[in-house]
Design a protein around this ligand. Structure first.
Ligand code: GNR
Ligand code: NI
Length: 168
């Protein structure tokens, strides 16, 4: 097991579009294990492979209070069931320390493969729904700050640059 380095905004590697996983093999299972350890250690409720500079369509999530319900989604596909937007205060391990309201549909259906390569379907709501959409955005090179005004995004970029200089 290993803790992986998480890329931070505005790193251009966060903008890459991840490729579909073609084989659910031991290497992918090891990566998922390392991503879970990295997510729990951060701590965060989700992590996309893009954030650890692996450009494959893999995400890990755990929204449980006890942190004992890991969920792995390979090649996740989202269908919106009801596009009524709902505001949620979002944060991101790649934009550490900043939380802003983002409007997303809450009712979605998600199809993905599990770590055995078997397909499954979820109809999540609440934080799990928001988190899955946030993670699939990462796989498409998108960040929650993209939904904010250019002014807010610029302010976050400047404050993060300052923090990154202080810790460099
Ligand atoms: O830890 C995280 N918390 C969170 C809170 C609200 C909406 C989305 C998230 S995901 C985030 C972890 C992360 O950056 N995943 O990509
Ligand atoms: Ni994120």
């Amino acid at each position: 097991m290993a803790i992986l380095t998480i890329l931070e905004f505005p790193d251009s590697r966060l903008r890459k579009v991840a490729e579909p996983v073609t084989e659910v093999d031991a290497a992918l299972r090891n990566l998922a294990t390392d991503m879970l350890e990295t997510m729990y250690g951060a701590p965060g409720v989700g992590l996309a492979a893009t954030q650890v500079n692996v450009h494959r369509r893999l995400v890990v999530i755990d929204v449980s209070d006890a942190r004992d319900q890991p969920l792995v989604l390979i090649n996740p596909e989202i269908a919106v069931l009801d596009d009524t937007p709902r505001d949620y205060d979002e944060g991101c391990l790649s934009v550490p320390g900043f939380y802003e309201k983002v409007a997303r549909p809450e009712r979605i259906r998600v199809q993905a493969l599990d770590l055995d390569g078997n397909p499954f379907t979820l109809e999540p709501d609440g934080l799990l729904s928001i988190c899955i959409q946030h993670e699939v955005d990462h796989l498409d090179g998108k960040l929650f700050v993209d939904y904010l005004s250019p002014l807010k995004r610029q302010r976050i970029r400047q404050k993060l640059a300052k923090l990154q200089r202080a810790t460099a």
